[in-house]
Write a protein that binds this ligand. Structure first.
Ligand code: DHE
Length: 513
């Protein structure tokens, strides 16, 4: 086995010469599941963008031995180590032609599920506003949890590799989520069944839902587009090509709903602009033609005038941001800069800077009141600290040293504590608890020594803190949020994020929205 892997590894650099051979191998062994042109079908896409998180050595291992809890078989008895090495190398090469995923492909992919027998009330006996969705990355499932009884009431398979926060409609009935491969799903939480699906991109970052519940906006890395869908059935409204004022196109890092402004705000990864896509001009003010490209305005589209883009020019790329509680500012970070930018959305320009030394994970920050001021706090992916920043002066109030760089900080209005993981580093089994009143660390928990724990979410009342034990044979570990004592464990397959309907729809200051 080790020999096979090593041989595979040695062969990876030679693949450019072997590309036609690898392509033939792909056609005879992989195309049925991974699709023509590696775009994905019943199995995920195999494009460099889709494989960004998988090391080539891991790809060799997966092709040789298969992937646990999926239908991917091992090929080591069918293909030689040399062939596996060639295949593994080839899939990391860009496609000969830039793959197209435009209006026609999106429309063709739309799926409507049968809604016969759907009821207009929950089919389960639990508070529908205190439901959690738990994404289990280990075997690509979602568990639906009763937030009062802390019991799983339903579990179902999802598309491969969901990522980012699912977005709920106001009354908590419908929820939308995205897979990294661009599949968008609309799910009816009251009936515990899917309503519609569509593939909006080939490599997708996240989705946002408008506060009026009518529009879903999808942020894509591949192709460089924003895609607007009807929230009703996920049918396509329009594809917005993301091309900046300098004529350069850009990946979209993320898109979020800015509810008081009646718009979506998108962070762009390759050009120094943020975009505001307006769905309600009565709230955010009119968008004047002439300031925007025709396609950004909506010219030539049956929905002409719908979803025009207002450009926010920036000095530096902003590939992640955070709203202030009133949605007047965005506080953003760039992967290459030590300082974050504060942008006033009304006047559409930078008005200040903040210290964000180690880049936060998107949507990781929260706010609370500290000594009469609103502060925002976020962990940093590259530094072992939580930055606490005053939202009026934009000064750093404190950098709280932690045991390692972290992904998520979470709290709730009804608890004095904020919980942070230290997921990237040797102490990844620890969860640290910060006292929001003193900005001091008040506890370090090790839910399962030696095993990674991450992502906390609270129930609607802030009574319980739910932690993910991020292992294939992992668990959801539930703590009493006041005593910090473990209450129970629910076995799960590599649980990642969990999302409480109430906290997400009521914009709890302790979580992302
Ligand atoms: Fe995430 C949210 C981007 C790696 C788990 N992550 C998000 C969001 C973005 C993002 C844009 C916000 C979506 C939203 O709320 O709509 N994530 C990125 C990255 O750029 C990064 C660093 C690299 C990448 O691979 O894309 C990254 N993220 C990860 C992981 O490695 C995690 C831990 C495991 C995984 O499944 O990929 C991870 N990200 C999450 C989770 C959320 C998330 C659980 C939702 C948090 C929430 O509470 O809303």
């Amino acid at each position: 086995m080790l020999r096979t892997l090593l041989l595979g590894l040695l062969l990876v650099p030679t693949v450019t010469l072997a590309a036609p051979v690898a392509e033939e191998l792909y056609q005879s062994n992989c195309v049925a599941c991974h699709g023509e042109n590696r775009l994905g079908a019943m199995a995920p896409a195999l494009l460099p963008e889709s494989l960004a998180r998988l090391k080539k050595t891991e790809a060799v291992d997966v092709i040789s031995n298969g992937r646990v809890a999926t239908q991917m078989p091992g090929f080591k008895d069918k293909l030689s180590a040399e062939q596996i090495g060639q295949l593994a190398g080839w899939i990391y090469q860009p496609a000969a032609q830039t793959p197209a995923w435009g209006e026609a492909e999106i429309r063709t992919s739309q799926i409507a599920f049968d809604k016969t027998g759907f009821q207009d009330k929950p089919v389960f006996n639990a508070d529908p506003m205190n439901i959690f969705l738990v994404v289990e990355a280990g075997d690509h499932h979602i568990s639906v949890l009763d937030g009062d009884k802390l019991e799983v009431i339903h579990r179902f398979p999802t598309r491969f590799a969901l990522h980012g926060g699912p977005k709920f409609t106001e009354e908590g009935r419908y929820v939308f989520w995205a897979s990294r491969d661009g599949w968008i799903t609309k799910y009816d939480l009251w009936n515990l069944k899917p309503v519609a699906e569509i593939r909006a991109g080939l490599n997708t970052r996240n989705v946002a839902v408008s506060s009026d519940g009518k529009t879903v906006m999808v942020a894509n890395y591949l192709p460089h587009t924003l895609v607007a869908l009807n929230a009703d059935d996920l049918s396509l409204i329009k594809v917005i090509p993301v091309i900046g004022q300098n004529g350069k196109s850009s990946r979209v890092s993320a898109v979020y709903d800015a509810r008081p402004r009646g718009s979506f705000i998108a962070a762009l990864k390759d050009i120094p602009e943020a975009w505001e896509i307006v769905y309600d001009e009565a709230k955010g003010g009119p968008v004047y033609r002439g300031l925007v490209h025709d396609w950004q305005y909506g010219e030539g589209n049956p929905e002409r005038g719908a979803l025009p883009v207002r450009i926010i020019p920036l000095d530096d790329i902003l590939d992640d941001f955070f709203f202030d509680p009133d949605y007047k500012f965005i506080i953003g970070a760039s992967r290459n800069a030590q300082k974050g930018q504060v942008v006033n959305l009304a006047i559409r320009r930078k008005v200040g800077e903040v210290d964000l030394p180690g880049l936060p994970h998107l949507g990781s920050g929260i706010t609370w009141e500290y000594q009469g001021h609103t502060v925002m706090a976020t962990p940093n992916l590259k530094e072992a600290l939580v930055s606490v920043i005053d939202m009026k002066t934009w000064q750093t109030v404190k950098e709280i040293k932690t045991l390692g760089p972290g992904f998520f900080l979470r709290s709730h209005e009804n608890t004095p504590y904020a919980w942070v993981d230290v997921f990237s580093g040797p102490n990844r089994d620890a969860m640290q608890v910060i006292d929001k009143r003193t900005l001091e660390l008040s506890a370090t928990l090790r839910p399962e020594p030696g095993k990674a724990s991450t992502h906390v979410e609270f129930d609607r009342y802030g009574k319980y803190a739910l932690v993910s034990l991020w292992e294939m044979d992992g668990a959801l570990i539930i703590y009493d949020a006041a005593t910090l004592k473990e209450i129970k464990r629910l076995p799960m397959k590599k649980p990642v994020g969990k999302y409480n309907v109430w906290n997400k729809t009521r914009l709890s200051s302790g979580t992302s929205h």
